[in-house]
Write a protein that binds this ligand. Structure first.
Ligand code: F6P
Length: 542
């Protein structure tokens, strides 16, 4: 975005003024004009502080990005992740489910098809409890060991699609270094009936390797120290087959990841194995279908009705024209409770950048801080700040129209609350309205109370409705956000597919670890780290 374009957007937002949402929502045609349906998703932008002229201004910025050509370059597998010299082909993982012809190279599509077949065979064997592919018989529990993109996608999907669980497998997720996680699992699971999925694109991630070793020791112990007998309990999903082999995982139980799929975009690959094991291969294919549905839409719809494009433009508007530095994601659906955490990585690891691919600083602010929790719980926690805090936070409300339980009264109340929150944020309550409601006390007291009970309003939100939560609608929802992020990366001129910002901390942790265990000299550490290390070492009396 150029400084001139940024200034144009800001001028357009000033023109709309402080009460724009009340005014805009008075138009009876507003909902029809600003909401769009694609397959099982309906996205309503009518509570965004935008009018036609503002959208035109955003369209002007979009036009300058050459977004259609760059979108097609991504689908074709061109090297758009420049800093890592990689293609970006997560869409190829669901290309077979798309209506449009695939653009990805045939060799890539072939490898993906082969991997899918291997996933299907593995799923069939584990679900049936068969001892094939070196697996032990009678697996009842699956532990996905991975972190970041090797955890958040499958964790979200397994949780969200619990109703679609087939068979007797229970999935668990182990990500954090905190030993409490593996310790708890080892207290409750039967090692001889546990299958461990070591999911790591690099197979160098400290958390995953450490937790994997802990579980390996536990399972080997259950075979009286016979490491060979324990081997079959491990499946690797990685782009580093050599490291998986060195860990002791046989090639027949090592499924591929590829350089052309980023971790946070990888749930569609064998990284989604836990999901496939939980819901079966047919439902996993339906999940891919959902993603492909949005791919087709993204590839064909004109920008004014293209959902990922519109979501991206709305995000740019809120961040750069209205200067709002946050985004809250509030699913009114317990099954989607992991969605905010998943989107945190997708959006913030992809767009949390401040230089362009050519190394020059970006011209505008980039990713907002994304956070959230399920409604209606969140209403009773942080919604006070959303309604009356000094910093407006745009919200993505996500609701499911038809629940998968018979408790209609609960569900109607849940949706009513979601709709009410969005309406309250938009309309607010003026001081005069609050004063008219305050009936007791003197005039001065009534005015003081009315000031407390005034809601500024004009706080924007988007509402996304899923017809019903299924593998397909979940796939569509995830792909919608993936492509939103892609379009925002074009508008903000950042590479959405690298993550150099996570490296420095990893390097420092490696240097601190030996100091913490007393094997290295703390002198090279900064004063704060040195002080904290000393405090830990003095009090850790184990
Ligand atoms: O540290 C960040 C990160 O590299 C993420 O991008 C990635 O999803 C996660 O770590 C896990 O990486 P891996 O799959 O290589 O273990």
């Amino acid at each position: 975005m150029t400084p001139d374009q940024l200034a144009d957007l800001r001028r357009a937002s000033e023109r709309l003024g402080a009460d724009s949402l009340r005014r805009l929502l008075a138009d009876p045609d507003r909902f029809a004009a600003w909401s769009h349906r694609v397959g099982p998703l309906l996205v309503d932008f009518s509570r965004q502080r935008l009018d036609g002229a503002a959208l035109d201004a955003l369209g002007g910025v979009l036009a300058g990005t050459d977004w259609e050509a760059r979108r097609d370059a991504m689908f074709r597998g061109e090297t758009i992740n420049a800093s890592e010299r990689r293609a970006v082909l997560h869409t190829a993982l669901r290309a077979r489910q798309a209506r449009l012809p695939a653009l990805a190279p045939a060799a890539v599509l072939g490898e993906i098809a082969e991997a899918l077949q291997r996933i299907e065979k593995l799923v069939a064997a584990v679900q049936a409890g068969r001892a094939e592919h070196g697996l032990p018989p009678g697996i009842t529990d699956v532990v996905n060991v991975g972190i970041g993109g090797s955890d958040l996608g499958p964790r979200l999907a397994v949780e969200a699609l619990d109703r679609f669980r087939t068979g007797r497998l229970t999935c668990h997720f182990l990500a954090n270094l905190d030993g409490e996680g593996p310790a708890r699992l080892m207290r409750t699971l039967d090692p001889r009936r546990t299958l461990v999925l070591l999911v790591s694109k690099s197979f160098t991630t400290q958390e995953t390797l450490l937790n994997g070793q802990v579980l390996r020791d536990w399972i080997v112990a259950a075979y009286d120290g016979d490491a060979a007998a324990a081997q079959g309990h491990f499946v690797a999903v990685t782009a580093n087959a050599a490291a998986a082999h060195a860990f002791g995982i046989a090639a027949e139980r090592t499924l591929p990841m590829w350089d052309f799929v980023g971790g946070r975009y990888s749930v569609w690959s064998a990284v989604g194995l836990a999901l496939a094991l939980a819901i079966g291969s047919e439902a996993f294919t339906a999940f891919l279908h959902g993603g492909a549905l949005i791919d087709d839409h993204f590839r064909t719809a004109p920008w004014r009705t293209n959902l990922p494009v519109l979501m991206a433009l709305v995000g740019i508007w809120n961040r750069n024209a209205l200067d709002l530095p946050g985004l809250a994601v509030i699913p009114y659906c317990d099954a989607l409770r992991e969605l905010p955490a998943f989107l945190q990585q997708l959006e913030m690891e992809s767009l949390g950048k401040s230089v362009r691919p050519d190394g020059a600083p970006v011209a505008q602010a980039t990713v907002p801080v994304l956070w959230g929790n399920v409604g209606s719980n969140a209403q009773h926690a942080f919604f006070q700040a959303l309604h009356q805090g000094t910093d407006p936070v745009p919200v993505d409300f996500i609701g499911v129209i038809r629940p998968d339980h018979p408790l209609g009264a609960n569900h109607r109340a849940l949706l009513a609350n979601m709709l009410a929150q969005a309406a309250a944020l938009a309309a607010g309550k003026t001081f005069e309205e609050a004063l008219a409601e305050a009936r007791e006390g003197s005039e001065a007291e009534r005015r003081v109370l009315a000031a407390q009970r005034t809601f500024p309003g004009n706080r924007p939100s988007t509402t996304i409705l899923l017809d019903v939560l299924t593998p397909e609608s979940l796939g569509a929802l995830i792909a919608l956000y993936e492509h939103k992020v892609f379009v925002q990366s074009l508008l903000w001129e950042v590479n959405a597919f690298d993550q150099w910002g996570v490296e420095l901390g990893k390097v420092l942790a490696k240097a601190i670890l030996p100091v913490l265990s007393g094997e290295a000299d703390p002198a090279a550490l900064d004063a704060a780290t040195r002080g904290l290390v000393a405090a830990i070492r003095t009090r850790d009396v184990r």
